[in-house]
Ligand binder design. Structure first.
Ligand code: PGA
Length: 250
């Protein structure tokens, strides 16, 4: 895994046919990418996405997975199932899962465990609400989310974890964190990793910023020393914009 990773989070968008079309449009634009490129697609788009990325370096991510291998969990998808399909990555703990679907730090930790056991690379999302930022507890919130999610993760396994710092107030709002704010929290997360593991593991960790990152602001955010990539929602659905962000990640 390279240090810089730009990942698209398509959320609940695109049919399988549309996924093929979007990846075909992105593919030539990111052929010379100096970073790793990933598209996070809805479960039903995975077969089409895996087919479409063939012959490119683009990786495919799912947007969630369950913590059990199989069983009576109607509507859920296991990490094992994703791995069996050929999926390489899974986004876990996204704030929309935490906000709308009852995801907690504890269930995120269980999902991280299952994903690592299945051999997937995890894009672990953490981030504070606006009220928490205004209360001055961003550091505490993000450190706690990170520590709980990494509970039981070994230093070797940390090599298959990407952490995405996504302030909830910046997601889908057009209100991006400043590059300084993004870097400050990414640096804090790196400090948590250093305390939990080692200086070397913390330095090797890929820490993304996410939250209204777009073609216009990506270069400034990605120039910051502790911002090693981006998790991109809205702009990842626009091939030219996504490619501009990829090109900014060197
Ligand atoms: P956004 O979403 O880029 O549309 O703000 C980011 C995310 O939710 O990962």
């Amino acid at each position: 895994m390279g240090k810089y990773v730009i990942a698209g989070n398509w959320k609940m968008n695109k049919t399988p046919a549309e996924a093929t079309e979007l990846i075909e449009a992105i593919k030539p634009l990111v052929a010379d990418a100096a970073c790793d490129v990933v598209v996070g697609v809805p479960f039903v788009d995975i077969p089409a996405a895996l087919e479409a990325v063939k012959g490119s370096k683009i990786g495919v991510a799912a947007q969630n997975c369950h913590w059990e291998k199989s069983g009576a969990y109607t509507g859920e998808i296991s990490a094992e199932m994703l791995k069996a399909m050929g999926v390489g990555y899974v986004i876990l703990g996204h704030s929309e899962r935490r906000q709308y679907f009852g995801e907690t730090d504890v269930t995120v930790q269980k999902r991280v465990r299952a994903a690592l056991d299945a051999g997937l690379t995890v894009i672990l999302c953490v981030g504070e609400y606006l009220e928490q930022r205004e209360q001055g507890v961003t550091g505490e919130v993000v450190a706690m989310q990170t520590k709980i999610a990494l509970g039981g993760v070994s230093e070797e396994e940390l090599g298959r974890i990407i952490i995405a710092y996504e302030p909830v107030w910046a997601i889908g709002t057009g209100r991006t964190a400043t590059a300084e704010q993004a870097n400050e929290v990414c640096a804090l997360i790196r400090g948590v990793a250093k305390d939990l593991y080692s200086e070397a593991a913390a330095a090797a960790l890929t820490i993304q910023y996410g939250g209204s990152m777009n073609a216009g602001n990506a270069a400034e955010l990605l120039a910051k020393p502790d911002v090693d990539g981006g998790l991109i929602g809205g702009a990842s659905l626009k091939p030219a914009d996504f490619a501009t962000i990829v090109a900014a990640a060197k």
